[in-house]
Ligand binder design. Structure first.
Ligand code: PHE
Length: 452
């Protein structure tokens, strides 16, 4: 058997982990959730939720992954042989594949919008209804979204085929810095638009009256999704982290990058939204409807600038979505390679095909299959609800209970302090959060799903 691959450096670890974390959740979801729950006040709650609840779960996954050096099923099997924990590991192989099937549909939309931006479609003075209406037309058609979805999955498979060093690491190390530069460029553009300061004020002025129970639950749920927790991606990536690497530093680096990217995305989007006179809480259509119109409106007479801005914007969404999607696929690939002895090429194609097929249904659920509904939701929303509201927190609960209550404290300490050589002073605090606060946070998410 070939020795297990490892990430080459600390930067590689953080680029890959942050790549997984920073995705549609940051650029597409965070800005509009923020809009719904009162701007800066929500940022505050979100920051606390990520650092005190989400990060400890991240550490729990990282401990399991690196200690076992295995995929999620193998990890549980190795650390708790002969117990039922391995079945819990199996759930977290399924969930990222389910997420990937609908995530790649939205990834496909960004491919389509990138092409549109490249062909100068977001310039000139098209009417608002025309620009925003295009989105509905596009996603409800049959073939075009399927084509984009296919392209997206093909790119994901292409990267994962390269393996850890030559695929995931190499791509993330380029994509993440480029992503940051592109978004910063949009921030600068956005802030120079007349009237944009209202957006800045909105982001910086806390409106505590909007912080109801719903907002706290939304902050926790968002922190979960955004840090890619509970679905084995952190576990699997950590199994490729060298023993001498500092897991706490990697985790904190990832959480901070995730937060910074979410904030930068909000500062790229909200000032432009205010400058164009739109409502900040316009929901999921924000990125694919409102923004293309804004680029269009603000650019009359400056087609090159507006093309540059819209190309940068959709390229950044695509890059962010790709670095997340590869982490989801890698969970299943690692399982097939480690447990079933399959070669990487075969495992990657097999799983990509399965995800592609399920994704077809998700894509069609905005068009020909729109009437196929369960509990009032179409296939896309059903899968999203199942994963975001149930499978992710369930996975998180499994991992924290495993590390906080099943593994022995000395083992956990050994892994998080690299045998007592680092993080010794903060270990007890981290362990406490992992054992108590994180499971309670997850219960809050469950309860809010049931009752709010
Ligand atoms: N964290 C990613 C995002 O913010 C989504 C994701 C979830 C990635 C679960 C991997 C696993 O878009």
């Amino acid at each position: 058997m070939k020795p297990r691959e490892h990430f080459g450096s600390r930067f590689a670890v953080i680029a890959a982990m942050a790549g997984s974390a920073v995705g549609l959740g940051n650029i597409w979801r965070f800005p509009y959730v923020l809009g719904e729950y009162g701007g800066a006040a929500f940022i505050l709650v979100y920051t606390v939720a990520s650092l005190l609840v989400a990060l400890p779960i991240f550490f729990a996954e990282a401990v399991i992954g690196r200690r076992s050096g295995s995929d999620t099923f193998g990890a549980m099997n190795k650390l708790a042989p002969g117990t039922a924990w391995k079945w819990a590991g199996l759930i977290t192989i399924l969930s990222p594949l389910l997420i990937l099937s609908y995530y790649s549909v939205v990834g496909g939309w960004s491919v389509q919008y990138l092409f549109k931006a490249l062909s100068f479609d977001f310039t000139g003075g098209a009417a608002e209804a025309e620009v925003t209406g295009y989105f509905g037309q596009f996603i409800s058609s049959t073939w075009q979204p399927i084509l984009s979805h296919t392209l997206f999955i093909a790119m994901v498979a292409g990267i994962v085929l390269g393996g850890i060093k030559n695929g995931i690491e190499r791509f993330s190390k380029v994509a993440m810095p480029v992503l940051l530069l592109l978004i910063l460029f949009i921030v600068v553009y956005s802030l120079t638009l007349p009237g944009s300061m209202a957006g800045v004020k909105y982001l910086l002025k806390p409106d505590f009256s909007r912080l109801n129970a719903d907002a706290y639950a939304a902050a926790l749920g968002q922190a979960f999704f955004s840090l890619s927790l509970g679905v084995g991606t952190v576990l699997t990536y950590s199994s490729y982290v060298k023993k001498e690497e500092n897991l706490v530093v990697s985790g904190v680096g990832t959480a901070i990058s995730d937060l910074v990217f979410a904030l930068v995305a909000a500062f790229a989007i909200m000032p432009a939204v205010f400058a164009a006179g739109f409502e900040p809480g316009s929901g999921p259509g924000l990125v694919f409807q409102t923004l293309p119109y804004i680029f269009n409106k603000m650019s009359q007479g400056m087609p090159i600038l507006s093309t540059l801005v819209s190309v940068s914007f959709f390229l950044s969404i695509l890059a962010a979505a790709l670095t997340s999607a590869i982490s989801m696929l890698e969970v299943g690939v690692a399982y097939l390679v480690d447990q079933k002895g399959m070669n990487r090429r075969r495992a990657t194609w097999l799983l990509s095909l399965g995800v592609w097929l399920l994704g077809l249904l998700c894509s069609l659920s905005f068009g020909p299959l729109a009437d196929v509904k369960l509990l009032g939701r179409n296939i896309f929303d059903l899968l999203d609800g199942l994963c975001s509201n149930w499978l992710l927190p369930l996975g998180g609960l499994i991992f924290t209970l495993f590390v906080g209550w099943w593994m022995s404290k000395p083992d956990v300490r050994d892994e998080l302090t690299n045998g007592g050589t680092c993080n010794v002073r903060i270990f007890n605090a981290v362990y406490f959060l992992m054992r108590y606060l994180a499971p309670i946070g997850i219960l809050v998410v469950f309860l809010s799903n049931l009752f709010l």
